[in-house]
Design a protein around this ligand. Structure first.
Ligand SMILES: Nc1ncnc2c1ncn2[C@@H]1O[C@H](COP(=O)(O)OP(=O)(O)O)[C@@H](O)[C@H]1O
Ligand SMILES: [Mg+2]
Length: 319
């Protein structure tokens, strides 16, 4: 996690006149930002897209990045544990990654609500949209989405990977192998598809494009079904459970986003940790509410009594 750092002289403990003036000025600015502009950086609901608001999961991300050159992974966990947020971090990390052997090309695909007959068209449309104008021009948008099947998809994918490789010719990444990484979210949808479609997809990964294509899949109830030997996905993915945040990660999520603007009393932070049990959505929900109440009351410090005051309300809404 990249924390919001502040290099103000105040943090280095200097008390000279210039520094004191700087801090006083800064405090006014901070007050203005906090109370006039309603500074509340917490996010409760939408997936986290920035590095600054994403906490924990460092080992998991490292493990995924280590595995990806060779294998696909499946990350599972209940609703609101942070699966889509992990996918967005992977998208960013893979885009920035400079690997000596592979040129990673990540593409995020949300499968929620995608009907089976549109599946392959949906994936190619996402690839076209996210990989730039040259690819979009070379790979036409499917005309009849329902008529676009695994064969058409495989043809377009071959063309697309060839183009990605050609784009790197003459560039620093010329000798690197293209690794297209499909970041497939809400893959529970695949369980609603026929076995045939699942088999087609599997063979695209295993046979046709095993050299150039890997995936990270995220979903909730996929594990049980995919563990059965009759499933096309049996033994295909390395499986990883998405854990709750640790106490330390939870405390960082509470304190860091508002550093310099608001301050949670240690008791208040401890209480949030106990009540949220490390569920990131609940932590954020508490923090959003508590900071809003602090802004209304024009108070910079958040005491434990405030957590107590809203615990039922937050609990009921998220039950
Ligand atoms: N790593 C994280 N750091 C901070 N907050 C998180 C993190 N992961 C999830 N959250 C919180 O949980 C909410 C739901 O996250 P999301 O990724 O959409 O979960 P899922 O996809 O598992 O349903 C986010 O709006 C945010 O409040
Ligand atoms: Mg999600």
């Amino acid at each position: 996690m990249i924390s919001i750092s502040s290099n103000t002289p105040a943090r280095n403990g200097c008390a000279c006149a210039a520094c004191r003036r700087f801090i006083a000025g800064n405090r006014m600015i901070r007050n203005r930002i906090a109370f006039v502009h309603h500074y509340n950086p917490y996010i409760a609901g939408a997936p986290i897209r920035t590095a600054e608001m994403f906490f924990g999961r460092q080992q998991l991300l490292e493990r995924i990045l280590r595995t990806l050159p060779n294998n696909s992974l499946m990350v599972y966990g209940p609703r609101r544990i942070g699966k889509t947020s992990v996918q967005h971090q992977l998208l960013r990390l893979l885009q920035e990654r400079e690997d000596p052997v592979y040129s990673f090309v990540p593409v995020f695909v949300d499968l929620q609500g995608v009907p089976e007959e549109f599946f392959f068209a949906h994936v190619i449309e996402e690839l076209r949209e996210q990989l730039g104008a040259e690819i979009a021009a070379a790979v036409p948008k499917p005309v009849a989405r329902a008529g676009y099947g695994p064969r058409e998809f495989a043809n377009d994918l071959r063309k697309l990977i060839g183009l990605l490789q050609a784009q790197r010719r003459g560039a620093w990444a010329a000798n690197k192998r293209i690794r297209l990484v499909l970041l497939l979210d809400e893959v529970d949808e695949l369980n609603r598809y026929s076995e045939r479609t699942n088999q087609h997809l599997r063979s695209i990964f295993m046979k046709s494009f095993s050299e150039n294509l890997v995936a990270v899949l995220t979903g909730s109830n996929i594990r049980k079904q995919w563990e059965s030997e009759s499933s096309p996905w049996y033994n295909f993915f390395e499986q990883v459970a998405l854990p709750l945040l640790t106490r330390e990660e939870t405390l960082r999520l509470i304190h860091e986003p508002v550093k310099g603007f608001f301050k949670f009393d240690p008791d208040a932070a401890e209480k949030i940790w106990l009540l949220s049990e490390g569920k990131p959505f609940l932590v954020q929900k508490f923090c959003v509410r508590l900071v809003n109440r602090a802004i209304e009351a024009r108070r910079r410090v958040i005491p434990a009594s405030e957590v107590e005051a809203i615990r039922l309300e937050v609990g009921e809404e998220t039950a």
